[in-house]
Design a protein around this ligand. Structure first.
Ligand code: DAH
Length: 350
């Protein structure tokens, strides 16, 4: 039997084989039978070695052409079967579009996180760096460098958790001011905020907590003025509490600033007419601030004759409670998810 005849035989055999195929798995078997390494088509060329070059070429070409033909037939059939099987599967897996969807729970941001992130993004947009400092702090940074020597009476205002005589849980984020200035060896201008936890020996009640969050701000450079501080805090008040807010500065006292101010915003509830939130004054106290005291600048290596700066300290809980109308600070720490998630919905800005 010559090669053409062998091929013709195989072609007929293939037709017969194709006719009895039922599944895509059968097709796999068929493919091996014809096209596999030890398959029928390889068989066709197994005596090639004995042939002349001329004949080898001819046999090779014929065998290859046939191989292509077989592969083509098998593929067409395979696609047909796949389509058929998919159709059957779709028919079986009926979807009921009237079934209610499966809901799954999406987490919500804690109000304190929201406030912190909002303040951070505002100040970052104004070119500030966000820095951090240690919560276990040295007396030196927490007080001494901030113009609060050991016997200073203002230390009493921040009754602190001491670990040793020199180590305490920081009572404010202000030590990060000192750390930042000292670390800056070239005494370049500084623009930072520092969000973080602080600790005080306060008895917990609706408005006090032994642990709370602050955001410290510090700007140091040449010609930094009170006008810069006012402008900055005005933007802050408007961004967090609405475009119509105005601020006012009330003279105050902090050892690390001179002059020092407490900053009030116009009441966002009554607009100044007087209500329970602003205790009928039209103003709400929001933060402490001032021009960095020359003693602090000098102690931290910035020549106070050349440099000036402003600083501020924002209470995160206070801002969150005002913004979201939360009356008990403890609600922010009890972590009742049902309570917390309502505040994420208030603004709907997940
Ligand atoms: N550290 C102050 C406090 O905890 C808040 C504060 C007031 C920070 C004035 C400042 C500032 O940077 O300038 O009560």
């Amino acid at each position: 039997m010559n090669l053409e005849e062998k091929i013709e035989n195989l072609r007929q055999q293939l037709e017969a084989d194709l006719a009895i195929i039922n599944t895509t798995a059968d097709i796999g078997t068929l493919r091996v039978k014809y096209l596999g390494k030890k398959g029928l088509i390889t068989d066709l060329t197994k005596d090639m070695a004995t042939l002349s070059d001329e004949e080898k070429k001819k046999v090779g070409a014929l065998a290859n052409a046939f191989k292509g033909e077989v592969a083509g037939r098998i593929q067409v059939l395979e696609e047909m079967f796949k389509a058929k099987e998919l159709e059957e599967k779709l028919k079986k897996d009926k979807i009921d579009p009237t079934l209610p969807g499966r809901t799954f729970k999406i987490g919500s941001k804690h109000p304190l996180t929201k406030v912190r992130e909002e303040v951070e993004s505002l100040f970052v947009s104004m070119g500030y760096d966000v820095v951090s400092g240690p919560e276990v702090e040295e007396d030196h940074y927490n007080f001494e460098l901030l113009n609060l020597p050991k016997e200073h009476p203002a230390r009493d205002a921040q009754d602190s958790f001491y670990i040793t005589e020199e180590l305490l849980l920081r009572s404010q984020t202000s030590p990060v001011q000192a750390r930042t200035m000292l670390k800056n060896e070239k005494k370049e201008p500084i623009r930072i905020i520092c969000p973080g936890k602080v600790y005080r020996r306060d008895a917990d009640d609706a408005t006090h907590s032994h642990q709370f969050g602050q955001i410290e701000g510090l700007v140091v450079g040449e010609n930094i003025s009170l006008a810069d501080l006012k402008g900055t805090l005005d933007v802050f008040a408007k961004r967090l509490f609405g475009e119509e807010r105005t601020i006012r500065f009330r003279p105050s006292y902090f050892p690390f600033t001179e002059p020092s101010y407490e900053v009030d915003i116009s009441c966002f509830k009554c607009g100044g007419a007087g209500c329970n939130i602003c205790k009928n004054t039209g103003w709400i106290e929001i933060l402490g601030s001032g021009m960095v005291h020359p003693n602090v600048l000098n102690a931290c290596g910035y020549d106070a004759k050349k440099y000036t700066g402003f600083a501020f300290g924002i209470g995160i809980e206070r801002v969150a409670m005002l913004k979201y109308g939360i009356s008990d600070i403890r609600d922010l720490y009890t972590n009742d998810v049902r309570f917390l998630e309502t505040y994420d919905r208030v603004e709907g800005d997940k």
